[in-house]
Design a protein around this ligand. Structure first.
Ligand code: AMP
Length: 279
């Protein structure tokens, strides 16, 4: 596995690979890898000739009071995990070579980004779209593999690729969970042992909504109340609990079309998100 730091060198490599007819599969990450990331690397491995993983804690998607400096990092461990999972190239740029001092071009999405995490984290998806657009121009992948764990991000990036004509196909991978249902996340590291026990409440709330939906419940208010009741039994503070249209991400009152149950819950240091499709 080759490690590349400079965007220019990565782009040159990608051009050479494409010229020789190799299909590039790309998995963008912020590092501190876990089995969720590795499952995406394996999907890329199965669907392309050359697998590129990027590790970049993108400063522009963090708000001023968010956890940019505290975000967990362990490059040596990540490098080994990437190698073992079958990555061919690890792209590991610095913030300085991704964003010049006078960087002044931004890409934002104006519909899907306005709700859920976009409403709680102003500017977040502008940072995500901008960095992923840059990464696509640097890595030149045929496919990009993203996790369904970040359902809104997946939809925003699909829209970006569609609306900006990026020549890449997005493939998604299912959420990988701990035995008790907690979705794997680099931010789970922030949980205290007591909070870790409680944190499966997001999954339990989603399971509750799925069970009620399966039993015929279609009223969003009642479904949300049932989810809230699960979270309220813990020390977690609800950031949002929403039932949204699966395509537009607009809140729904009655579930008539495929919907997404999505929630964000704050523990002392960790803000956790999760989602489930209701259809
Ligand atoms: P991150 O490093 O958190 O920015 O995530 C990088 C990629 O991994 C994104 O496409 C995420 O959606 C995906 N991902 C994060 N957690 C999981 C998980 N538990 N299962 C599957 N994919 C995940």
């Amino acid at each position: 596995m080759k490690i590349i730091n400079a965007p220019e060198e990565m782009q040159k490599q990608a051009q050479l690979l494409r010229q020789s007819g190799e299909d590039i599969g790309f998995v963008p990450t912020m590092g501190f890898l876990h089995e969720g990331h590795l499952s995406l690397i394996r999907i890329a491995r199965e669907n392309s000739d050359v697998v590129v993983v990027s590790i970049f804690v993108n400063p522009t998607q963090f708000g001023p009071n968010e956890d940019l400096s505290a975000y967990p990092r362990d490059f040596e461990r990540d490098e080994k995990l990437c190698r073992d999972a079958g990555a061919d190239i690890l792209f590991y740029p610095t913030p300085e070579n991704m964003y010049l001092n006078d960087h002044s071009i931004w890409l934002s999405e104006d519909a899907l980004s306005c709700v859920l995490c976009g409403a709680s984290r102003p500017g977040h998806f502008r940072g995500v779209c901008t960095v992923v657009a840059k990464l696509l121009n640097i890595v030149l992948p045929d496919i990009m593999v993203l996790g369904e764990k970040d359902a809104q991000q997946l939809r925003v990036l699909r829209r970006m690729v569609r609306d900006m004509n990026f020549p890449v196909r997005i493939v998604s991978g299912p959420t990988v969970r701990e035995a008790d249902g907690l979705a794997l996340s680099s931010r789970n590291k922030y949980l205290t042992p007591a909070e870790r026990k409680e944190a499966a409440c997001l999954f339990r709330a989603l399971e509750k909504a799925k069970a009620l939906f399966a039993a015929g419940e279609r009223d969003a208010f009642r479904l949300k109340s049932a989810m809230l009741a699960v979270i309220e039994k813990t020390s977690g503070k609800v950031d949002y609990i929403e039932l949204v249209d699966d395509e537009t991400l607009q809140p729904v009152q009655t579930l008539e079309k495929p919907a997404l149950a999505a929630l964000a819950v704050k523990f002392s240091k960790a803000r956790l998100i999760d989602n489930a499709g209701l259809w």
